[in-house]
Design a protein around this ligand. Structure first.
Ligand code: GRF
Length: 227
């Protein structure tokens, strides 16, 4: 089988990269990770890639004269590795329009919120502050505007009354690790069609009909006793 070649961009821990690598172990996975690039030296994500036998490159962004020079170096490495798709996995740099154009509809990102809610940083603290009852993560194609772009998939988790940012982040991260390999596989296998700013995705399974929080999908208002 000809697997689609994916280059990963990261800046840190690399747990999402690990999930992508683990899924790629399956013989029928439609993608393979062929390169991991970090803009930070010595991060755990690089170790994870190396442990999986994936070539790594470190391109410290500060070594370059500007964002475009940095991105040109990334593109050169990605091209040399024969990358057809690029997956940002905890990559903490905003990319320019030129990079987005070069990799248009082939550059993917995972964001820890249900976009378009909570773009940017500190998503879990902001979700708690806003009192939302469902939170989650989004895999989307990258556009020039940060954390915007055609959505390939989302996973929702409940926000529980006792949550703090750590417990909520951990629940979302688990969802990220399931969602990202699925979405990357769907993209690699050609199940995504982009129309304007929306992506149409062929779902491999039946979606859950409903997710309600508080309570579960099998409870209703008549279960709530008057106080
Ligand atoms: C994840 O929460 C991801 O959604 C965000 O940055 C975090 C990276 O975590 N973009 P890891 O490096 O994949 O563990």
């Amino acid at each position: 089988m000809n697997r689609v070649r994916v280059g990963a961009l990261l800046s840190g821990r690399g747990s999402n990269l690990q999930a992508l690598l683990d899924a790629a172990q399956a013989p029928d996975c439609p993608y393979q990770i062929v390169l991991a690039i970090s803009n930070k030296p010595g991060v755990q994500g690089l170790e994870r890639a190396a442990a999986a036998g994936v070539p790594t490159a470190v391109l410290p962004h500060r070594d370059f004269t500007g964002r475009e020079a940095f991105e040109q170096a990334m593109t050169a490495k990605l091209e040399a590795a024969g990358a057809e798709l690029v997956a940002q996995a905890g990559f903490m740099r905003v990319v320019t329009g030129r990079f987005v154009t070069r990799w248009r509809d082939r550059l993917v990102n995972i964001h820890p919120s249900l976009l378009p809610a909570f773009p940017g940083l500190d998503t879990h603290a902001r979700a708690l502050e806003a009192g939302v009852k469902l939170h989650g993560c989004t895999v989307h194609l990258v556009r020039e505007t940060v954390d915007r772009g055609p959505i390939l998939g989302q996973a929702a988790v409940p926000v529980l009354p006792d949550d703090d940012t750590e417990t909520l982040a951990a629940r979302v991260l688990e969802a990220e690790h399931r969602l990202y390999p699925l979405c990357l596989s769907l993209l690699a296998a050609g199940h995504v069609r982009v129309e304007g700013e929306a992506a149409h995705v062929e779902s491999p399974g039946k979606p859950l009909p409903l997710l309600i929080n508080p309570a579960g999908s099998d409870t209703s208002a008549s279960d709530v006793a008057a106080s």
